[in-house]
Write a protein that binds this ligand. Structure first.
Ligand SMILES: [Zn+2]
Ligand SMILES: [Zn+2]
Ligand SMILES: [Zn+2]
Length: 331
């Protein structure tokens, strides 16, 4: 049985990214389980190569069900239900702050939102951001709705749900992209003598392509952000993809070894975290448990962010997802 599926996946791989994606998308309309199996086996093969350029081409076609990525993006953007701007910026970006509209003193908005809203007679200023930030326009927890720009006033965005099949392939493939990204973070870890981890330029190049793809996906608006956030936060995804549970379906030993070794690297990195000794009387407090257990990709990514001393690109990506209400609540 395993061999038959393997032969089938061989045939699909030979179609190339675009036609393989169209083929699997057709299967998906008939059987979710079969399409999932094909996607997983196909993507396991891709992980074997060290060339992420090739993987990214495959991912882009698969997510878009064989359509051109940018055509797919404009289709998905029609269902952007995010009512907040959420634009993320890095150091030296020029932003605005309005004390009359702000509910919190650190409220800030991007210049587009500022110029599209009316702050006449308000106590506002323009500033150059030192550490980076995100636009609060549209967020009632950060500012009064009277200061929202015309694009982010409540009720402006369509609440229409995307057609059920539009994101069906993305729902299968995005968890795999997140998994690929986490594997790269694990594989790249080369502890220095003092136990800290540094991302060298060569390493950055290796993970940048997959993180750039995740960033491109997050720019498809609220509907796609929701799929990404589900992939990041869903404990089931993490359990199945990051454990050895699905190894049984893998047809060859190399892939098993690859996956097992990446798990070893993750555990080795976990052990390098300094753990303070806990007084005996507090040993039973769950929050003080010395064994760190991650239950979602987001948690493991946060762990690597600390290890790698907060790489800007990934932090920006994670912040850009904060317009997703469920994600904001769980992070
Ligand atoms: Zn904005
Ligand atoms: Zn706005
Ligand atoms: Zn104002």
């Amino acid at each position: 049985m395993a061999e038959a599926i393997d032969d089938e996946v061989d045939g699909i791989a030979k179609l190339g990214p675009k036609f393989a994606a169209i083929h699997i998308d057709k299967k998906l309309k008939v059987s979710l389980q079969l399409a999932k199996k094909h996607v997983n086996l196909l993507l396991h093969r891709l992980l074997d190569t060290n060339d992420d350029t090739d993987c990214v081409v495959w991912y882009r076609y698969l997510v878009a069900a064989g359509n051109e990525f940018y055509d797919f993006k404009s289709e998905v953007l029609k269902y952007d239900d995010a009512s907040r701007c959420g634009l993320v910026w890095t150091a030296n970006f020029v932003a605005y702050r309005c004390r009359t509209c702000g509910v919190t003193p650190c409220m800030s908005i991007c210049s587009d939102c500022f110029h599209n809203s009316d702050h006449t007679g308000h106590d506002f200023n323009m500033f150059r951001s030192h550490a980076g930030g995100a636009c609060d326009c549209g967020d009632v927890h950060a500012m009064r709705h009277t200061g929202f720009c015309s694009n982010h006033v409540p009720g402006k965005r369509s609440v229409q749900k995307p057609p059920s099949h539009l994101l069906a392939m993305a729902e299968l493939v995005v968890p795999r992209i997140v998994y690929h990204f986490v594997l790269r973070l694990r594989k790249l870890c080369q502890p220095e003598r003092n136990g800290s981890y540094k991302l060298t330029e060569v390493m950055k190049e290796q993970y940048t392509q997959v993180s750039q793809l995740l960033d491109d996906l997050s720019k498809m608006g609220g509907a796609m952000k929701h799929v990404i956030c589900q992939s990041l936060c869903n404990p089931e995804n993490y359990k199945i993809l990051s454990s050895t549970e699905d190894l049984a379906v893998l047809p060859n030993d190399d892939k098993k070894k690859f996956k097992e070794s990446s798990i070893d690297e993750y555990y080795a990195a976990l052990l390098t975290l300094p753990t303070p000794s806990i007084p005996e009387i507090l040993q039973d407090c769950p929050g003080l448990s010395q064994i760190l257990v991650h239950t979602s990709f987001l948690q493991e990514i946060m762990f690597w962010m600390v290890k790698y001393e907060f790489p800007e690109k990934i932090i920006t990506f994670l912040l850009s997802l904060l317009t997703d209400v469920e994600y904001k609540a769980s992070s």
